[in-house]
Ligand binder design. Structure first.
Ligand code: DGL
Length: 257
C-alpha cells in the first residue's frame, strides 16, 4: 500500500475536526481526507439502523477514494457501527473514538464525572460497559445533549442561547458540581469555553482526540505506513452538504484553540 495515501477522518458533520486537529499535531506529514456527512446530520438522534447504514455508505465511499486508514472521528458512529465496519473492511486500519471515561476516572477517583454525548452514544452498549467498568470508582452522570451539535454545525461555539441550553442540560447534576466533564461527542471540544463558563473554570475537560491521534500513529508505524514525506501533508475536504459554508467552517475550526 502507498504510504502517501490519505488517512480518512469521518464524522456525521464537522465535529471530527477536533480529531483531525490532534492528528495533524501528532502526524503532520500525513495527507488527510476529511468527510463530514452534514447533509444527514445529526446522527445521534437517529435510530441505530439508520446510523449504521449512513456509516457504511460513507465508509464505502471513502474506501473507494483510496485511503490507507480510517479514523472514525465520531463517538456515535463508533458506538453503533465500528464493529460492522471492522468486519466489512478487515484489511483497513480503523481507529475509533469513545468517550474518555477511563482517563477521567483515573484522574479523579471518587469524583463526579459528567458525560456529555449524543442519545445514541449514552444508550449504546459501549457506553454501558464503560459505566459497568468505572461506575464503582466514580459517580458517572449521563448527559445526553440532543440539539447541541447543531450549535457547532452553524458555527455558534459560544452565545447566550448556548449557555442557556447548557444550564438546562446540566440540571441532571441536581446541583452537584462535577470534577470532570467527558466530551463524548467530537463536536463538543469546540464549545469548551461555554462549558467552563457555565460549570466553572476549574472543571477538568476530557477530550479523547490526543489519545486517538497517538493510537493512529502507533497503528500506522506498526504497519510500516507512516508517510515518509518531509513537508506538511495536505487536507482534502469533502462534505455531503452542497453548502460551501460547511467546509469553510471546518477550516476555521481546525485552527481554533
Ligand atoms: N460528532 C458526533 C459524535 O462524536 C455526533 C454528532 C451527531 O449527533 O451527529 O458523537
Amino acid at each position: 500500500m502507498d504510504a502517501g495515501l490519505p488517512i480518512a477522518v469521518f464524522d456525521s458533520g464537522m465535529g471530527g475536526v477536533s480529531v483531525l486537529r490532534a492528528l495533524r499535531a501528532h502526524l503532520p506529514h500525513e495527507n488527510y481526507l476529511y468527510f463530514g456527512d452534514s447533509a444527514n446530520a445529526p446522527y445521534g438522534v437517529r435510530p441505530y439502523d439508520e446510523i449504521l447504514e449512513l456509516s457504511r455508505a460513507a465508509v464505502a465511499h471513502l474506501v473507494g477514494e483510496g485511503i490507507k486508514a480510517l479514523v472514525i472521528g465520531c463517538n456515535t458512529v463508533t458506538s453503533v457501527a465500528a464493529k460492522t465496519l471492522r468486519a466489512e473492511h478487515p484489511n483497513l486500519i480503523i481507529v475509533a473514538t469513545e468517550p474518555a471515561v477511563k482517563p477521567a476516572a483515573l484522574a479523579r477517583p471518587g469524583g463526579t464525572i459528567l458525560v456529555m454525548a449524543t442519545d445514541a452514544t449514552v444508550h449504546g452498549d459501549n457506553f454501558l460497559s464503560l459505566v459497568q467498568r468505572y461506575g464503582d470508582e466514580v459517580n458517572i452522570v449521563k448527559c445526553p445533549c440532543p440539539g447541541l451539535m447543531e450549535f457547532v454545525e452553524r458555527g455558534e461555539t459560544d452565545s447566550e442561547a448556548l449557555r442557556v441550553y447548557l444550564r438546562k442540560r446540566f440540571e441532571v447534576l441536581g446541583g452537584v458540581k462535577p470534577d470532570s466533564v467527558v466530551l463524548g461527542c467530537t463536536h463538543y471540544p469546540f464549545i469548551s469555553g461555554a462549558i467552563r463558563a457555565v460549570l466553572g473554570e476549574d472543571v477538568a475537560l476530557f477530550d479523547p482526540a490526543p489519545g486517538i491521534a497517538r493510537q493512529a500513529k502507533r497503528r500506522l508505524a506498526a504497519a510500516g505506513l507512516l508517510n515518509p514525506q518531509a513537508g506538511e501533508g495536505e487536507i482534502r475536504w469533502e462534505n455531503s452538504s452542497p453548502d460551501p459554508k460547511m467546509i469553510a467552517l471546518g477550516k476555521r475550526l481546525l485552527v481554533r484553540h
